[in-house]
Design a protein around this ligand. Sequence first.
Ligand code: ATP
Ligand code: MG
Length: 566
Amino acid sequence: MKASRLFMPTLRQVPAEAEIASHRLMLRAGLMRKLASGIYSYLPLGLRALKKVENIIREEMDRSGAQELIMSALLPAEAYMESGRWEVFGPEMFRLKDRGGRDFCLGPTHEEVFTTTVRNEIKSYKSLPITLYQIQTKFRDEIRPRFGVMRCREFVMKDAYSFDRDEKGLDQSYQAMRDAYCRIFDRLNLDYTVVQADSGAMGGSGSEEFTVKSEIGESVLAFCEACGYAAYDEKDECKPVPEEDNSPFAPMEKVATPDVKTIEDLVGFFGCTPSRFGKTLLYKADDQTVAVMVRGDRDVNETKLKNYLKCNELALADEETVQKETKAQVGFAGPVGLKTRLIVDLEIPYMKNFITGANDTGYHYKNVNFGRDFETKEIVDLRTITEGDPCPVCGAKISVARGIEVGHIFKLGTKYSEALHCTFLDENGKEKPMIMGCYGIGVGRTMASVIEQNHDEYGIIWPVSIAPYHVVIVTVSMEDEEQKALSEKIYNELTEKGVEVLWDDRSERPGVKFKDADLIGFPVRITVGKKAKEGRVEYKLRKEDGFTELTTEEAIESAIAFVKGE
Ligand code: ATP
Ligand code: MG
């Protein structure tokens, strides 16, 4: 391809709307353009990279034995009504009616449609197991579309669904997908972690997310370098860290602490660390008020609390409720004498002679002890894991990082097959629901994540596997016939060998061409300049500083070897 003919509108200016590197670079490198909030067009260079991501996914899906098909994005409401998700999706689902007034949606995910398709065609155990997939456009009216194609409203997803006769079969189908996902993300050069995920409202027996570590990620994960354990913070089991304190229980004392309300105030007043306090927080969980206690330096993990209470709505109680329950102003709640239902974190029973609010405005208690001064049967893992906590598996130190979810694999069990009557006859002629799994990868989000992890101040640094072109040839002066002829020769030879080349034959200044080459991020750059008459060129890898001067043949060989991964 010649750059003079290519639609590649690069930008020097940094677009104001873009907050993160991948979003900025995808706009600046002319990979895509915004049409409306959360809606983007892929331009030729962006589409080439996107298609390569798709192809890697396709190859590994096929290798795993899954079969590709494609379904419509425009879907009748019936199956979603049968499964109950017509309501569950709420405003996230794009809905419309046809001219006859029938309800349709733009598919946000296709569990229902795959399930009914298989239900209608497969009747016998002999046809199982089967895994089907598609690479297709999804629509979700996200509340907050942001970060470009990371969270948008129309996006390409690879979604796969497995159908098995029993749990053992599901385990095998799930493992085959898991292995395929690892191969896919390896080939994309992504540094990722497989994280145990919260199965949440979906039900089912197991779920893992493929997460790319990144500061801009929306989820927080805890991981252990030593044993490979990784989980989202709401899933982490926090082991209590018992204090090595053999001192006896001291008598409890009520201390006047006027104007001391926050943990910072307390630290100043008592002159000790926040870990010496027991923090009591009041929550409204649906219609009930509960008191929750964690160590002063810990945070309540509201997802854990919500899962424990099995409530729908959870929020900190308002001032009025706090006053009613504690008979004191906000800031003086404590467990001693409190009538409210009390749930304490696993660490609380291990703490000794600590400080809490006294349920009396302007007072705290000193030397409070669980079991002696207050009690509850509800001792639960409630806190958010923090950097340096012991790993729940091996005890080594936990690290905490942010991550972007690029893929999700999920054991669904019979949730959809029961709701939609997707059954088969087993060897004994007995009717059973199929055991299902579902597996998704966001194609655009994955591509953007590759850019998040592979860029510098000048632009993108594509891995060869998904670079829109492998090599860019920069001809310094198109007026110079020797430079032009040599560039063309290199272009032809590389193209013949199956290398994808963009020849920057524009009559732009060399500085502009170099800037664009770095911005777009072609893995190899061959510069044809003054030394063309001696048959010499500059050879440079995007990921390395500096270039080497080579003969034309050497440059061609090096480029081929690099692209083929030798
Ligand atoms: P999230 O928690 O980020 O909203 P999700 O749990 O809704 O993701 P799934 O329904 O599991 O996502 O979809 C499978 C994959 O599709 C995700 O792992 C992600 O890569 C991608 N994806 C989901 N929502 C979006 C979106 N709005 N824009 C781009 N990709 C998305
Ligand atoms: Mg979502």
